[in-house]
Design a binder for this molecule. Structure first.
Ligand code: HEM
Length: 421
């Protein structure tokens, strides 16, 4: 229909006319923005549709959709998501190119930590932290692909996320107030200062800053470690030959009732199992998104300023060009190899690399090794309901961490009597 005729026929409805004009303006703006993004020599990628670009190709399992696109278009690809350009690295070379040029990133949309929003009542810090993760990991946030819509928060993502951030803040507000009052009292001496919170308070951090740091640490630290632990246990239980080898190693090397952290270095096979599990199931499938601060060249392609960059470490861990028989759980591959996850080997980056590497790498990796070694040393671990280990379901579920879709249920029978599920 001719626009002029349409406007004349509908002149009785000013709201309809206004919304039509707004829609037209929007389409013109998007089209202009598409042409201005038409940068030469972008990394290859699938053809785009008008306005939405490649949004229709991004499934709920983002790590899998981007892995499949990388198989088709190469290790460094570019996509248009709304008005944004996303570059994804899915091979060690591409990861190295990105991580050596782009070392700043953003953790949360800063709006999520905006404290101006209204109060809600406390419902439980664990639930709230999980809800924050759930909101942060929502892939299909219209506002992030079309910044023009950001302020409207059409899907309620910002509002929902803020509600749970506020619940978490409320939870430890009392703790902060109490500690601050104690520090200000005459009975306080700096020798009593022990915790991370004390250090922040001593150094004059405001409540807002403390809230942000502590929430970030909780969000980054809790789900990652438990997710890694669950995957490693699931793989060991599924592969009973691996379980037998761990038991033999522990029996041979550990003579005490309890394992100490200092003894973990005597268990190279167990350490290889943890590495192998982190290769196949990195709890964080994409490193923290990097933002191209300036236009730059990576692998002879141009990455334009303000492009968002993902490194798909889940894809790198399954790349048949890098790993022999990549989908099999084979800890032996690490026994005669110097390959490590400390950020230097771009084939294996479960903790990231560069300035943004996980600050808790030693704590995270040692915790998993220690918990698994202790469980296997002290308990016999079996699946309930005569489930066959080799048939254990290993489907994953994409949130900001990549968890196991079906919960892992195990029965732990203490070697000296009691049973725990
Ligand atoms: C197995 C356990 C863990 C894994 C696999 C893991 C993985 C990661 C990864 C991949 C990143 C992003 C690195 C990058 O983009 O280059 C990261 C960042 C981070 N991790 Fe961990 N992490 C674990 C445990 C922890 C723990 C226990 C804590 C805190 C107690 C923690 C705190 C953080 C923080 C604060 C950041 C953000 C660093 C920044 O903003 O520069 N992580 N972690």
């Amino acid at each position: 229909m001719d626009i002029k005729v349409f406007l004349t026929e509908n002149s009785s409805s000013p709201i309809l006319i206004l919304s039509t004009l707004l829609l037209l303006l929007f389409i013109i703006k998007q089209t202009k923005s598409f042409f201005s993004h038409n940068i030469r020599n972008l990394p290859p990628g699938p053809p785009t549709l008008p306005i939405i670009g490649n949004l229709h190709q991004v499934g709920d399992k983002l790590h899998v959709s981007l892995y499949k696109l990388a198989q088709e278009y190469g290790p460094l690809i570019s996509l248009k998501l709304g008005t944004k350009i996303l570059v994804v690295a899915s091979s060690p070379e591409a990861a190295m190119g990105i991580l050596k040029t782009q070392d700043r990133s953003i953790v949360f949309d800063k709006d999520l930590l905006d404290l101006e929003e209204e109060h809600e009542t406390f419902v439980g810090v664990k639930r709230s932290l999980l809800m924050i993760l759930e909101y942060v990991s929502r892939v299909k946030d219209v506002g992030s692909f079309f910044p023009v819509f950001q302020r409207f928060d059409l899907q309620g993502i910002r509002k929902g996320g803020l509600k749970h951030v506020q619940e978490v803040f409320d939870y430890w507000k009392d703790m902060i107030d109490e500690r601050r009052a104690h520090m200000g009292s005459s009975t306080w001496s700096s020798a009593q200062s022990k915790s991370f919170l004390d250090r922040l308070l001593e150094n004059g951090f405001s409540d807002i800053r403390i809230n942000q740091y502590v929430t970030e640490l909780f969000v980054a630290g809790t789900n990652t470690t438990t997710t890694a632990l669950i995957w490693a246990l699931a793989e060991i239980v599924k592969n009973q030959d691996v379980m037998t080898k761990i038991k033999e190693e522990i029996k041979r090397e550990i003579k005490s009732d309890k394992i100490k952290v200092s003894q973990l270095s005597k268990l190279p096979y167990l350490q290889a199992c943890v590495k192998e599990s982190l290769r196949l199931h990195p709890p964080v499938p994409f490193l923290l998104p990097r933002l191209a601060i300036e236009t730059c060249e990576v692998m002879n392609y141009t990455i334009p300023k303000n492009a968002q960059i993902f490194v798909n470490i889940w894809a790198i861990g399954r790349d048949p060009k890098v790993w022999d028989d990549p989908l099999s759980f084979k800890p032996e591959r690490f026994l005669d190899s110097n390959l490590d996850y400390k950020g230097q080997d771009f084939e294996l980056l479960p903790f990231g690399s560069g300035k943004r590497i996980c600050p808790s790498l030693p704590l995270g990796s040692k915790s998993i090794e220690f918990i698994i070694a202790s469980l296997i040393h002290e308990f016999d671990c079996v699946l309930p309901d005569n489930e066959v280990p080799s048939k254990l379901d290993m489907e994953d579920k994409f949130q900001i961490t990549l968890g196991k879709d079906k919960p892992l249920k195990l029965i732990f029978k203490h070697k000296h009597g009691s049973t725990k599920v």
